[in-house]
Structure formats: C-alpha cells, structure tokens
Design a protein around this ligand. Sequence first.
Ligand code: CMC
Length: 430
Amino acid sequence: MPGKTPEKAELRFGEKSWELPVLKGSAGDIALDIRSLRKQSGMVVFDPGLANTACCASRICFVDGEKGRLFYRGYPVEYLVENHEFVEVAYLLVHSRLPDPDERLRFSKLLNRHSLIHEDMQHFFRNYPEGAHPMAILSAMVVSLSTFYPELEASAEEEIDVTVTRLLSKLRTIAAFSYKKSVGEAFVYPSHRLKYCENLLNMMFSSPVVDYQLDPVVVRTLDRVLTLHADHGQNCSTTTMRTVGSAGANLYASVAAAICALWGDLHGGANQAVVDMLERIAADGGNVERAVEDAKSGDRSRRLMGFGHRVYKAYDPRARIAKKLYHDLARHLELDDPLHEIAVRLEEKALTDPYFTERGLYPNVDFYTGLIFRAIGVPRDMFTVMFALGRLPGWIAHWLEQYSSTERRIVRPRQLYVGPDPRPHRTSPS
Ligand code: CMC
C-alpha cells in the first residue's frame, strides 16, 4: 500500500467542501485518494482512457515518464538488458529478486520440463484456416491450456514456479507452432539442449530436413528484446489482465485476454504497424517529409506508428536500447534493408519538428523492434507474438500481486450516463 501523508486535499463545489487523503508512492508520486468521494459528495471522477487514474498500488515496475527511465523491481532496464538473461528477468518480476545459481538452475529445469504442449492440443492447430493470425491462435490456445492443466491454488513459491514456467515455456512452443501452422510446415519440438531463445528460434526456423544455424548475436539480441518488453506498469494489456483476474478468472484466461488487448495497433500491434508504415513511405519514394506532415493532420489513421506514449514525455529508454540493438545487429548481419535508412530519416525529421517536440512525442519501443524482428527473419504477423512472449512475466507478476493482495476488489468503474431519459413504454400482456 502507498504511504498516507499527513496533508489532506480540499475539494470545493458550490457551498460545500470535502477533505480527501493524499497518498505518496515510493518514487514520490502523489495521488489523491478519492475512494470516499462518492460517499461524501455523490460525485464520481471522469477520466476517459484512465489517463490520470492509478488503478492499483504496485511494487513491480516504475516508469518515470518525465525522465525517460524504467525500472523492474528497482533495477534499471539498461542494467538488466546488459547483465541478465530474459529468464532471470522473468524470475525477478515474479519473485521480486534475481535468482541465485541454484534457483536459476531449478527454474531452467522446470522450463524444460514444461516445454511440450499436450499432444491433444496439437490437433487444435490443424483446424485453423490458412492465414489465421498467430495472435488469435495464441490467445485461443492459452485459454485452452486451462482445460488441460490445473489452476494455481496456493501461493507457495514452488507451486508458483511450476505454473509460471509452464506458461512461459508453453507460450513459446505455442508461438512457434502458430508460425509453423501459418507457413504450412511440420512442427519442430522443443529441445532440452537449448536455452529459452535458442529453442524459440530453432522451433520456428528449423525443419525436419534443414537445421537452423543458431547465431549467438541473433539469440542474444532476441533475448534482450524480450527483456525490454518484460513489464511496463499499467499498460492496456496488463490492466486487462488485472481486470479479468479481479473477477476471479484463472491465470490462463487472464493471459488470453491480455494477449487480445496487446494485439491492437495502438499497443503491441504497433511493431507490425511501424514496418507497414515504413513500407508505405518506401513506396512513396522514401518521402519522410510527407509522412511527418500527414501525421500532423490530426487524422488518427495517419499517425506516426512507433511514436508517442501515454506516460513517456521524454525518449523511451526501451527505444534507445532497441535502436542500438538494431544498428549492432544490422552491422553484424551486413543487412541492406531500405527501411533502415527510412526509419533513421523519419526519426530525425520528427524530432526536429515542433509538433512532435512540443507534445513530447518520441520513438517508443515499437519503432525499432519491428525492424529487429524483420532482420531476424520473423514474419510480420508474428511481431506482436514476440512482444507477448516478452510481456508474459510482467502479466503474471501483476496477476500474482493482485491475487495475493488483501485489498483485491473487482475492477468495476463507473460511467457518466448521457443517454435518453426513461421513455414511455407499453408493458406487453403476459
Ligand atoms: N503521431 C502523430 N501525433 C500523435 C501521435 C503520433 N504517433 N501520438 C500522439 N499524437 C498527438 C495527438 O494527436 C495529440 O495531439 P493534440 O494534442 O493536438 O490533440 C497529442 O499527440 C496527444 O496524443 P493522445 O492521443 O492524447 O495520446 P495518448 O496518450 O492517448 O496515446 C499512444 C498514446 C501511444 C496511443 C499514441 O501516441 C499513438 O497513437 N501512437 C502511435 C501508436 C504506437 O506507437 N503505439 C505503441 C505505444 S508503446 C508500446 C506499448 O505500450 O504498447
């Protein structure tokens, strides 16, 4: 729970006034506690998009939007990306501490043990039409997991580890199988010899006839990109996860709902939308000036994808890391992607335009990650699946935090009704 401050805020309306407690977060954020407001005054607060509403108190992630900084459980994301693997970061988010060597080994063994999906579930893949979007398959398969595996019932660390590793490991297998289904190739099973990202790449890109050559730079880049996505406070999908979980829905159902929320192109789907946009600009002769002018028109469909953020009004620290990862990878792979140069020019143009600087619109994490996935050979409709794999530990950590909280309440916001008055109507005879 956030700390209560001795000060109270006073709200006045007409002749009346009310006192409201003021709360303080551990990073100095101040919040007006309006829980008693309706009882005292009859008023609700109006905040479409929950743009200025703290829906919960959380210890998992701190996003400093003004300074452009991000911390998972107190560690700066830059430190974690540089020094720890995604699996360790997942452990950190769930258990609030980095694993010691024994815990790391045990976690890896569990990831291996749970990597296969039930043979019966494989039949489900066959019935999806060709070209089915992998995000749809991913969500449906995750909710189906609840029919094969038990719900989390206790909060003992061991049981949490089993459930968490089962989800982390199986989501990766489902993601790879969704890809294989979409290209009509045979499934490749996970291997105990390979680490988390090696396994993912191998299941996606090797085939019964051709081995995939794992490139350590590609593996490490993908691992780092997953870490960049691992959590981000109350983003749309995490809030969806908490909302669904608040009603008592199980972990699998809550993750399936979060995957659907992530799919939208204002959220995780932006990585796919960025590459679509860059291709449109390339088809327009690389005219980034026109793209920037269009984006300023106020027409939502012409916004610069991969730009802007609800919380960051400074450069997104994840975008800074992703940009460097992309440039390093492009150099290593000796890439000659025409979209690379367009992305760089588009960023430069937008960052010197007052429309963008005055509104604090900078590249966000999705601006360069789409190009990274493209460089690795991930097909476009799998980009958001990659984001989902990365965000999974954050979703789980938030679900668990809420599950074990004594303050858990069903998420049930109010609305400001603006519809018709009760209308005259005839009661039909029974
Ligand atoms: N291009 C052009 N103008 C923009 C953009 C953009 N990408 N983003 C915001 N604006 C303008 C917007 O038109 C508004 O202008 P005005 O004040 O004149 O009305 C102002 O900036 C504030 O925008 P907003 O819509 O109030 O911002 P929001 O906090 O509601 O939306 C956002 C945040 C991320 C949805 C939005 O910036 C956007 O649509 N970006 C493009 C999609 C995108 O890249 N999404 C990925 C987000 S990061 C990864 C993740 O968390 O999923």
